[in-house]
Ligand binder design. Sequence first.
Ligand code: BGP
Length: 471
Amino acid sequence: MTDTAPRFPEGFLWGGATAANQIEGAYAEGGKGLSIQDVTPQGIMFPRVDGPTEDNLKLEAIDFYHRYAEDIALFAEMGFKVFRFSIAWSRIFPLGDEETPNEDGLAFYDRVLDELEKHGIEPLITLSHYETPLHLAEKYDGWVNRDLIGFYERYARTCFERYGDRVKYWLTFNEINSVLHIPFGSGGINTPKEQLSEQDLYQAIHHELVASARATRVAKEINPEMQIGCMVLSMPIYPLTPNPDDAVAVMNADHANLMFSDVHVRGYYPGYAKRFFRENGIELNITDQDAEDLTNTVDFVSFSYYMSICESGDPTVKADGPGNIMGGVPNPTLEASEWGWQIDPQGLRIVLNQFWDRWQKPLFIVENGLGAKDQLVEVDGVKTVEDDYRIAYLNDHLVQVGEAIADGVNLLGYTTWGPIDLISASTAQVSKRYGFIYVDRNDDGTGSLDRYKKKSFDWYAEVIRTNGGSL
Ligand code: BGP
């Protein structure tokens, strides 16, 4: 590569990413069953309640269910090449364990795909994005129960058969490693976290890994052109000091997360995982069929990236920074967002190199962005948000993505998180905004739901138009 070569390859997939429960609303329309999101009005990190309540903003969200055509047209105006969204499992199988899918739910995603096709936007679909059907959580304790493998396989097969000739890129589970910290939100595990044994947690993880691999096998049977990826929450972990104890702590913390992609890419549990199970009295029930299923490895590895953390081998050092769902020690050299997420553009280059070196599989950044409290203002009679802070965050991160590509990393694309304001997963509020498009909705549920372009809208359109040349 010469200095003048473009940093982003031709055909690079620029776009944005969302999840059904954070945009669709219409929680009880079209035959949809309840999902775990419908009973977590405070966000996925908080305890559940008994049923849907009025204070749960996700029940209406930003009404994408009815406004998808208008929203996709705005994405097209920015020049999106790809749009990541999830299918709400409980729209297709309202309870999760029934045999026949709900046609109304399937037809909704046909319409979304029609609209994307009209604008030449490639879909990227997440099959399970923190949206386990509530019935599966309540009756089976979510992924702790082996039966979920079969239910998920049926759901995945239904989606592949219906959409497999028009959708190339699929992700099996959003941020699959987050189940370590949010067992209900991520794995539909109804047993409260404090009462959940490590044995049950890792058995649940094993079931998800097998289900993911089975989905990959089924997809290839239906249409070998389909590309299946795993999706992990990524976070570079730095030693807090040069003390080797801290470096070992980093290695262990890395392993806890890397295991998920290692199994997805290699098709078996790595040695460090077996040691962890052995030393912690975890005896996984792995059948011969499971071991065989796991050999159906992924085509690419996708991940979210928001922040980095530090780790220390000193047990007296305080872990858990504010707003940090994955634990870790705050980095004294970095600034943080209003929610305590430490901003580290170079960390993205580090993760890209680490993942590429480790797996030599194409990578896909499927979430990155800045949650901020935006102020709607009027400029020349037009309502907008002057979100220079968001432009700076994204620009800095994309410069590092360019560096990683120059390092030789094979990267398929980049989708910002929440190209349109949506309901935040951790807070369940709308005021933690990520979008290029402002949605007039407030945390108290008021607002017209009208859409307005922010300053970053034109900025991102230019980045895409120049294939990164304007960065
Ligand atoms: C990821 C999730 C998303 C999303 C994002 C931002 O963990 O995959 O669903 O919401 O984080 O987090 P938050 O909405 O809490 O700001």
